[in-house]
Design a binder for this molecule. Structure first.
Ligand code: PEP
Length: 236
């Protein structure tokens, strides 16, 4: 069971170090835990969490190692900082920054080749769900990863229905289970659920048989709330 906190564009280095000091002292149960700070706060998080079991992940990484790619960072750069893995293909990247199934595969392969773990995100929009296309969208998104990435133990998927991200609308445990089963039928790797996971729904969501953890956005920004989610998931 893995609980990952996606900080998005929150917490500069000072706030990140404060949070990580708090997390070190918190009761996070028995789950594996990672945090995904913005790039500028990665070093502070790695330093503050050194000598702990809590990992630090980036939020994306480019497929080239160096080059004229303003605003991007590469897998070797993340490794140099002591970062353990990275998110790839978050729906905000897909929707706001032109990420596609093809670039998700490129980024995933570059990260894996450099020894980073990858949490690759997939999920349908509200209109796709309403149109009955959830399964087709998941098969397309996960299928692209299955076709383009060699088998590895370092790959994790996150099923994040776009309509549930930051909206307070959570998929029911049954909806999450159904979607996770579809993802796993295409690519047999652990699948995290993401989309308005909170302390009061973490236990039920993570108790579903094909839910292997959670990717948490808003509720990961507060130590007590994030630690409570970790403890709740530990009971599953
Ligand atoms: C996310 O950013 O991946 C996410 C799931 O956000 P939230 O938990 O705020 O919905």
């Amino acid at each position: 069971m893995l609980i990952a906190g996606n900080w998005k564009m929150f917490k500069g280095p000072e706030e990140a170090a404060d949070f990580c000091r708090g997390l070190r002292e918190a009761d996070i149960g028995t789950v594996d835990v990672v945090v995904c700070p913005p790039y500028v706060s990665l070093a502070a998080a790695v330093q503050t969490l050194s000598m702990t079991e809590i990992g630090v992940f980036g939020q994306s990484c480019h497929w080239e190692e160096t080059g004229a790619f303003t605003g991007e960072v590469s897998a070797p750069m993340l490794r140099e900082l002591g970062v353990y893995g990275t998110l790839v293909g978050h729906s905000e990247r897909r929707q706001l920054f032109g990420e596609t199934d093809e670039t998700v595969v490129l980024r995933t392969n570059a990260a894996l080749a450099r020894g980073l773990q990858v949490i690759a995100c997939v999920g349908e929009t509200a209109s796709e769900r309403e149109a009955g296309q959830t399964e087709a969208v998941l098969r397309r998104q996960v299928g692209a990863i299955a076709a383009g990435v060699a088998e590895t133990d370092d790959l994790i998927l996150a099923y994040e229905p776009v309509w549930a991200i930051g909206t307070g609308k959570t998929a029911t445990p049954e909806m999450a289970q159904e979607a996770h089963a579809i993802c796993k039928s295409v690519l047999d790797v652990p699948v995290l659920y993401g989309g308005s996971v909170k302390p009061d729904n973490a236990a039920e969501l993570s108790s579903q048989p094909d839910v292997d953890g959670a990717l948490v956005g808003g509720a990961s920004l507060d130590v007590e709330s994030f630690a409570t989610i970790c403890r709740e998931a530990s009971h599953s």
